[in-house]
Design a protein around this ligand. Structure first.
Ligand SMILES: Cc1cc2nc3c(=O)[nH]c(=O)nc-3n(C[C@H](O)[C@H](O)[C@H](O)COP(=O)(O)OP(=O)(O)OC[C@H]3O[C@@H](n4cnc5c(N)ncnc54)[C@H](O)[C@@H]3O)c2cc1C
Length: 534
């Protein structure tokens, strides 16, 4: 079918579009989508001018034919065209008012999207980043895989933030669908594959994300944004209860009317500074647990049954949850065909996380398996809002000690963990620094171990094949979300403690994940453009 050039003239050509849901079975996956859509609509294929896939998800539910469910927009000759999705926020800095001096702490999704939306509104900013640009950061990641950590350049710290060397999974529970569309469109604009706007579980892959971030930096620099790498925030200079500048650990003071604090949930130094400086903070619940790794083939068998191994199928994904000892136990950040990585930021604290390359071709499947922790569980009233940081750190230090140093991680086979014993041997795992047999009850408080065991028992009873002999728990997954919230006014988005301070993203407790953090950065930029009058 000839493609009608509607994409360039969508707002004026007389077309009619309809949204249609279609199912394409695995066997029929070579059939053109237009003919499947036409059949579903009961019309001839040549009546369609074009078909655009809006959403694609794999349907691997038991008792259903295996295939893809697609939501497509079908174009027919008609009267009217639909409008462009997403719609970029259009608020501009008024030309009659001097522009504010903005410093953004952190180049993660929250900081980067704050800078992007500010630049689009005509306001340039300075981004202060403790880590290195993506390329030199790569060498530090190679070193931590050998057990040598740079506390300022690692899986959490550096250009692009914590998600740069992740799977770049872009699905999110946020209800701001227009915001999601805008962020995905930006990622495509800077070089991510176009598919991410249609897949139900889009991911970019850790080998592609750095290129996207480099392109984003190029765009921002062209629009006046200044990056200061290896530059560590030390505090905010104030006058009359307003932001006046940002101090770095080098002794510099960068003048600023506005500071966006987008430092992520691992910036414990920033939490300590904020507590000491009287910035309003509060405790926030989070979740801790382990990375659970299976052979990918076992997850494929569970999810695809007899079709497992079909080269047309992607490595299978799962999401599991249960109640264990009265607490929520759930999987999180599942990485099909991925690796477990050392995501530590402190010399004697072990943290694991997960990532995949875009082709997701490692023989392992891993996911965080975590237990919900309420703010009250942190105890330690004397530590006030920082008790959650101390709680995480205790677990990380116990895991480091149990691994014997050099970021080797304590691990136990799933069957042994459920039986309450240590493993006498461990399977091959994807975690490069290495694993040693360890006991989870020596790392976590009893309420975490008990809930994890009960939750995993319930899941293994429910899902045949999940209790695989080579399934293994690797500790400790502690940085699931911020254990602290940096309080902000719900309307102005500023800290009630300091005029001009805008906490943003995951570290401030307002987002979780790449996309929702980017959306929060965008929201803060909009608030700045709407409210700042220097
Ligand atoms: C290995 C790994 C895999 C992940 N996989 C995914 C995934 O697939 N999908 C997903 O949605 N999420 C994933 N996440 C989580 C995701 O990366 C975060 O939710 C997201 O990056 C949070 O964005 P943010 O901008 O709020 O903070 P961050 O991304 O944490 O960025 C904060 C930035 O601030 C900088 N900073 C901190 N302190 C200072 C200071 N004192 N001075 C100067 N700079 C400072 C840091 O270096 C960092 O670059 C993953 C995380 C990790 C570690």
């Amino acid at each position: 079918m000839d493609r009608f050039p509607y994409r360039d003239v969508r707002d004026c050509v007389f077309l009619m579009s309809r949204i249609v849901d279609v199912f394409v079975s695995l066997e029929a996956s070579d059939e053109p989508i237009a003919s499947v859509a036409a059949r579903t609509m009961g019309i001839a294929a040549d009546q369609l001018l074009d078909v655009r896939v809006l959403r694609r998800s794999l349907d691997a539910r038991k008792g259903h034919a295996l295939g893809h469910r697609l939501r497509v927009e079908v174009f027919l000759v008609g009267e009217i065209e639909s409008s462009r999705p997403g719609g970029r926020p259009s608020r501009q800095w008024p030309s009659s008012i001097p522009r504010p001096r903005v410093v953004i702490v952190g180049s993660g999704p929250a900081g980067s999207w704050a800078a992007l939306r500010l630049a689009e509104a005509g306001v340039s900013s300075t981004i202060l980043e403790r880590g290195k640009p993506v390329q030199p950061r790569r060498h530090d990641l190679a070193r931590v895989q050998r057990g040598q950590l740079d506390v300022n350049s690692n899986y959490c710290f550096g250009e692009g933030g914590a998600g740069t060397y992740s799977d770049g999974k872009l699905y999110t529970r946020t209800k701001d669908r227009a915001g999601v569309e805008r962020v995905l469109a930006d990622l495509v604009r800077f070089g991510a594959p176009g598919d991410i706007t249609v897949e139900s579980r889009p991911h970019v892959g850790s080998n592609r994300l750095p290129k996207v971030l480099t392109a984003l930096r190029g765009f921002l620099e062209e629009h006046g944004t200044v990056y200061k790498f290896s530059s560590l925030f030390a505090g905010i200079a104030t006058r009359d209860g307003r932001v006046r500048g940002v101090r770095t650990t080098d002794g510099d003071e960068i003048p600023a009317d506005v500071v966006v604090l987008a430092c992520g949930h691992s910036a414990r130094d920033v939490y300590h500074w904020a507590a000491g400086a009287g910035v309003a903070l509060e405790r926030k619940g989070s979740a801790v647990g382990v990375r659970l790794e299976h052979p990918q083939s076992s997850i494929d068998r569970i999810q695809y049954g007899r079709a497992a191994g079909d080269p047309r199928l992607p490595p299978a994904f799962y999401e599991m949850s249960a109640t264990g000892a009265g607490r929520g136990v759930y999987s999180f950040c599942m990485c099909p065909g991925g690796f477990i990585v050392p995501a530590a930021t402190e010399a004697c604290g072990l943290v694991v996380n997960g990532m995949s390359l875009s082709r997701r071709d490692s023989p392992h499947a891993n996911a965080a398996m975590v237990v919900t922790v309420q703010a009250a569980d942190y105890g330690e009233p004397a530590l006030g809002p920082l008790a959650g940081v101390a709680f995480q750190r205790r677990i990380e230090e116990a895991a480091f000690a149990a691994g014997g140093g050099a970021f080797r991680a304590p691990a136990v086979r799933l069957a042994d963990f459920l039986a309450g014993r240590s493993s006498t041997s461990l399977p091959k795992v994807s975690y490069h620094p290495g694993v040693v047999a360890g006991r989870m009850d020596e790392i976590f408080p009893p309420f975490v171990t008990d809930a994890l065991r009960a939750g995993l028992e319930a899941i293994t009873r429910r899902i045949r094949g999940f209790l695989h002999e080579d399934a293994v728990l690797v500790a400790a997954e502690t940085r699931t979300s911020a254990p602290v919230r940096i309080v902000r006014d719900p309307v102005s988005l500023q800290s009630p403690s300091l005029v001009g301070l805008y906490p943003a993203g995951e570290g401030a407790g307002y987002a979780g994940g790449i996309v929702s953090s980017a959306i929060d950065g965008e929201r803060v930029a909009q608030a700045i453009v709407g409210t700042v009058r220097p």
